[in-house]
Design a binder for this molecule. Structure first.
Ligand code: ADQ
Length: 482
């Protein structure tokens, strides 16, 4: 754990709490969840650290006065989503205006960077006004960081929304320890260099003491980009980077709180709910997909694979049900609105084509589900379909494994998910091939119990060992603050 004089300061686009306004107009904070929050909440509580980020709402004023730091005990919702961890930390809410929400968040972060870094360059728009807003907001984040930290603190910047924060902060604090972790893929140079501002992004990464990636290929791609960038710098002399910073690139795949999923899956309530789901499903085989509704997750292609399977194997009609749980995501971005419409249409078409009076192949849950419900769904599912077209890591496949305390279940996993490097006993597929996915599902449906157990036991051993706690420890060891 960080020592007293080296306080850990986390900065990410979103805070671990968000604001909701109820029917009476009263606004209150709610605890958000997710892998990063699970990992960092306990360490920040123990060390009285600080988490800076945005609350997700459009602010009427973004003036540069110091932001107040809020003690999380004051806003504790007593929901205990993360358990009963003692201690406390502070959050600082960085204001973003309505126009910046559109330009910095919707357009540049999600419309340009997310799409390009996931190899969807046809969905990516290059827009100078959005870049300017991204630049401004990143600058503001760095200024707030400076105002609430000391040069002895350890700053940990997370993800693509904040690529430029290290650059601005290094200018303000030449001696500061600055670390960065990228949660999405770092693409090949051919893709990365499409961004007119790719040199600024690299320059900023090279202002960090360490930069972490989920997969060795992302690290290789980043190194290639740096190599080219440094050569360009030497030949043109136009780019300046901070001298004297030795930036260490490393690979440390993020994971999940294995014990939390495992313990919940063994609880009487969740076992009862699992049985209920199986009864409601009414078929011998339950298949499951859990995703943010994002085009990178390959949901459309997966549905088409199921359609293909049912067309090829008429005998499977009435024998399987596919549950698609989708959490609404980035609903103000056009590509996501289009995707939602397409998914609705495909599901309607497939159900229309195959349903009988008593059976429908696809069940669609377009909502956030509680943690216990999620674990019950995972443990009820015979097969998990995790088929992203591209994914930095993907936590869903690890959550599915951790929820199978019965050592049963088959994981079908895309070869384009970062998680594929660690999970060897899945059925690996090409998510662009409908036939490949369809045959993998067929194979999973016919896999013997012995083979399912053999594979699941190995996968569980791996994820139990390589969990969120070990991910965090590896990072903190690198920062020399354990
Ligand atoms: P995401 O793209 O959000 O994360 P992922 O890693 O799959 O993708 O995490 C999604 C999370 O949302 C999972 O924890 C899952 O349980 C939860 N979830 C999904 N649907 C839900 C629903 N309907 N209800 C409740 N919870 C739901 C980014 C990168 C990933 C990387 C992570 C962490 O894109 O590649 O793994 O960060 O670094």
């Amino acid at each position: 754990m960080p020592s007293k004089q080296h306080k850990l300061i986390v900065i990410s686009n979103r805070l671990p709490f968000y604001k909701v306004t109820d029917e009476t107009g009263t606004t209150r904070w709610k605890q958000a969840t997710g892998g990063l929050i699970t990992a960092l909440d306990p360490v920040l509580r123990k060390t009285r650290g600080v988490w800076l980020g945005w609350d997700g709402s459009a602010h009427s004023s973004v003036t540069q006065t110091p932001i107040p730091l809020i003690d999380v005990r004051e806003i504790d919702t007593h929901e205990h989503l993360l358990g009963d961890e003692p201690g406390y930390y502070y959050i600082g809410n960085i204001p973003i205006s309505a126009e910046e929400v559109e330009e910095y968040y919707n357009r540049f972060s999600n419309g340009t960077l997310w799409s390009l870094f996931h190899y969807f360059f046809e969905k990516s728009s290059i827009n100078y006004a959005s870049w300017n807003a991204y630049y401004e907001v990143n600058y503001r984040f760095a200024q707030h960081l400076e105002s609430v930290t000391t040069p002895d603190d350890i700053i940990w910047v997370h993800d693509f929304h904040l690529f430029l924060v290290p650059f601005f902060l290094r200018k303000l604090r030449p001696q500061q320890m600055i670390h960065f972790f990228l949660h999405i893929p770092f693409p090949h140079l051919d893709i990365f260099s499409i961004i007119p501002w790719h040199k600024q992004i690299l320059e900023s990464l090279l202002c960090c003491n360490t930069v972490g990636f989920h997969h060795k290929q992302y690290l290789r791609n980043a190194r290639e980009a740096v190599k080219l960038y440094k050569k360009e710098k030497l030949s043109t002399g136009t780019v300046t980077i901070e001298d004297g910073i030795d930036t260490r690139f490393y690979v440390n795949p993020i994971s999940i709180d294995f014990d939390r999923f495992d313990t919940t899956a063994r609880s009487a309530e969740v076992i009862a709910r699992k049985e209920e789901i199986r009864t409601q499903c009414g078929c011998p085989h339950l298949l499951l997909g859990v995703d943010r509704l994002d085009y990178s997750k390959g949901i459309k292609e997966r549905l088409l694979a199921l359609e293909h399977l049912l067309e090829e194997h008429q005998e499977l009609k009435g024998q399987l049900a596919y549950y698609q749980v989708a959490v609404p995501s980035r609903e103000n971005v056009e590509a996501y609105q289009t995707l939602k419409k397409e998914v609705d249409e495909i599901i309607g078409r497939i159900n229309g084509k195959f349903s009988t009076g008593v059976w429908s192949p696809i069940h669609y849950i377009y909502n956030v589900v509680t943690f216990e419900e999620l674990v019950a769904l995972y443990s009820a599912a015979d097969i998990a379909l995790v088929t992203p077209l591209r994914d930095g890591m993907n936590l869903v496949c690890k959550e599915y494994i951790a929820s199978h305390a019965d050592n049963d279940g088959v994981l079908i996993l895309s070869k384009f998910a970062g998680a594929i490097a660690e999970i060897k006993n899945c059925l690996s597929i090409n998510p662009y091939s409908i036939e490949d996915m369809s045959s993998a599902i067929y194979c999973a449906l016919h896999m013997s119990l012995k083979e399912r157990n053999r594979r699941m036991i190995k996968m569980r051993r791996n994820i139990r060992l390589n969990n969120i706690q070990s991910w965090l420890k590896n990072c903190l060891d690198l920062f020399n603050i354990n």
